[in-house]
Design a protein around this ligand. Structure first.
Ligand code: ADP
Ligand code: 5GP
Length: 188
């Protein structure tokens, strides 16, 4: 529970370290609300349905759009991704701050619908470092790495729309910065 629960949106290029940072933050802040997005992409090794994502077919996702179930949705790297609105509203209503890890298109939609949402952009130290992290993660084939690098350049141009920008160079430093940012906005 937070005295002043807020909706936080974390975005940044694929490979910038969003998932790693949020996992470390959540280990310390178990009170932060976790929502599970829906996607039409296939699960990666080790990903579990309902935990990593709700893995949906195109038809199931389109039915969700038609039923107004998504707070926002976007086409990212060739697949659809969306945030279940009910999960966000339930957590905020119960006094929990919520963090969404979503792409830049989705983040700007959330800001329109929830003007008090705080947008946090995670940047890699450089595009070279980003590419190395994506390659070392070994989850993407060459075409997917190229697509993610092309998209990264576009996403970085939208970082100026965010309330806060954090460079994820030294992991522990970036985690502290993210933690301090969230605590700051929960106080105001
Ligand atoms: P994203 O969720 O933004 O796509 P990940 O959290 O999967 O990115 O991180 C991409 C890769 O970079 C992972 O292999 C992760 O272990 C590594 N990584 C994340 N942050 C750092 C950091 N500060 N320094 C070095 N490697 C990092
Ligand atoms: P990945 O396929 O690597 O898990 O995620 C790819 C991209 O989709 C990331 O930029 C991630 O932030 C974004 N993403 C994940 N869930 C959502 C969501 O619910 N909505 C939107 N708009 N983007 C999402």
């Amino acid at each position: 529970m937070s005295a002043n629960p807020k909706l936080f949106v974390v975005s940044g290029p694929s490979g910038a370290g969003k998932g790693t940072l949020l996992a470390k933050l959540r280990a310390e802040r178990q009170d932060l609300g976790l929502t599970v997005s829906a996607t039409t992409r296939s699960p990666r090794d080790g990903e579990k349905d309902g935990i990593s994502y709700h893995f949906l077919s195109e038809a199931q996702f389109n039915a969700g759009i038609a039923a107004g179930e998504f707070l926002e949705w976007a086409q990212v790297h060739g697949h659809k991704y969306g945030t279940p609105k009910s999960e966000v509203d339930t957590r905020l209503a119960s006094g929990q701050s919520v963090i969404l890890e979503i792409d830049v298109q989705g983040a700007l939609i959330v800001k329109q619908r929830y003007p008090k949402a705080v947008l946090i952009f995670i940047e890699p130290p450089s595009l070279d470092v980003l590419e190395k992290r994506l390659r070392d993660r070994k989850t993407e084939d060459e075409a997917s790495i190229r697509l993610r690098m092309t998209n990264a350049a576009k996403e970085l141009t939208l970082a100026s729309h965010y309330d806060v920008r954090i460079v994820n160079d030294e992991l522990d430093v970036a985690v502290k910065e993210l933690d301090a940012t969230i605590k700051h906005y929960e106080m105001i």
